[in-house]
Design a protein around this ligand. Sequence first.
Ligand code: FES
Length: 166
Amino acid sequence: MSRRKLLEQLAFGTGVAATGMASWPLAASVIQPLRGEAGPPAEPWVEVAIEKEVRADRPLKATLRIPVRDGYFTTLVELGAVWLRRGSDGTIAALSGTCPHLGCGLGLDAKGGFACPCHESHFGPDGGYLKGRRRAPWTRCRCASRKAACWCRPCDSPPDKVRRQI
Ligand code: FES
């Protein structure tokens, strides 16, 4: 084989490989929906904690993350957070981690309830309104126990301001 022929074949092979790599994301975006792999299902159940971690004396904050496949990348996408607490009857209740006023993250306060750092709304341990800008209890989330783990569905509704714009 001549040197010229060898270089022609190498250039052709490199071109075919580069074209294949460049067209892979396009092919994946066509094939994935056909295989039913497009994006997350609506309101998926997400494992958020081991049941034993959820205690009655202190709420546990858990983040809902789901794997989302996009082309050949799979990334974990956050769907919000929940506060988990075990009730006196042993059942686990979940409250959204987002303030219902304008969507800031809620944290624990010194009295065992919850407080929003943005406009100082306060809620009781069960999510009931105590004081501040938001006069209604915030969102309860759907959770279930399965295989010694706690599973929740995304529960954040749009905050007040977004809801008014819709
Ligand atoms: S965002 Fe929480 S009180 Fe305004």
